[in-house]
Design a protein around this ligand. Structure first.
Ligand code: ADP
Length: 170
C-alpha cells in the first residue's frame, strides 16, 4: 500500500490545500494530512483547531479516507514512523520553489527512501495562501471563494465578526 503524507501549517486550510489533497488522493492508496504543531510562522489557530478545521473541511467537501494528525519535530521522523513512501507538497507560482527545493533536498539527505512529490495547483488557486485569506478576512472581506464555510465561520469567530449568514456565535 502506497501511503503519502501531506504536511503543512494549514492555518487555516484553503481550497488550494484541498485541491492538492484531492490530486494526491488519486495517486496514493492512503493519504495522511499532518498539521505541524510548531510552524515557523506564529499561527492564528492552535494545532488542535487547525486539525479540526481540516477534518471539517474534508467532511464539507465530501472527501473520505483521509487521516488527519498533528505532529511536532522533524517532518522526516514523522514520515519514517508512519512508514510513508512520499511527502506531498503543493506548488503555486515560482515563489514556492526555492523553499520547497531546499526542504526536499534536506529531507532526502536525512532519509533517501522517502520521496518528495510536488503537485501543481489549479490556476485559480495559484495566488491563494492562508496568509492572504487571514488578511482579507481580518478587514471584513469575503473569503467564501477561498475557504470552505466551516473555515469562514472559524475566521469570523477569531476576528469577532458575524459568521456566514450573518450570525454571531454567542
Ligand atoms: P507550510 O508552512 O508547511 O508551507 P502551508 O499550510 O502554508 O504550510 O502549506 C502546506 C503545503 O501546501 C505547501 O506545500 C504549500 O506550498 C501548499 N499550498 C498552500 N497553499 C496552496 C495553494 N493555494 N495551492 C497549492 N498548494 C498550496
Amino acid at each position: 500500500m502506497r501511503v503519502a503524507l501531506y504536511p503543512g501549517s494549514f492555518d487555516p486550510i484553503t481550497y488550494g490545500h484541498l485541491d492538492i489533497l484531492k490530486r494526491a488522493k488519486r495517486l496514493f492508496d492512503k493519504l495522511i494530512v499532518a498539521v505541524v504543531e510548531n510552524p515557523r510562522k506564529a499561527p492564528l489557530f492552535t494545532a488542535t483547531e487547525r486539525r479540526w478545521l481540516v477534518e471539517q473541511a474534508l467532511a464539507e467537501e465530501g472527501i473520505t479516507g483521509v487521516e488527519v494528525i498533528t505532529y511536532s519535530g522533524l517532518l522526516i521522523e514523522c514520515a519514517k514512523e508512519l512508514g510513508v513512501a512520499a511527502v506531498v507538497r503543493g506548488l503555486r507560482a515560482t515563489s514556492d520553489f526555492d523553499y520547497e527545493f531546499q526542504l526536499a533536498l534536506t529531507n532526502r539527505d536525512l532519509d533517501s527512501d522517502i520521496e518528495s512529490v510536488f503537485l501543481m495547483t489549479a490556476g485559480q488557486y495559484s495566488f491563494l495562501s492562508s496568509s492572504i485569506v487571514k488578511e482579507v478576512k481580518q478587514y471584513g472581506g469575503d473569503v467564501s471563494k477561498f475557504v470552505p464555510t466551516c473555515v469562514e465561520r472559524a475566521l469570523a469567530e477569531k476576528f469577532g465578526q458575524p459568521g456566514p449568514g450573518g450570525k454571531t456565535k454567542k
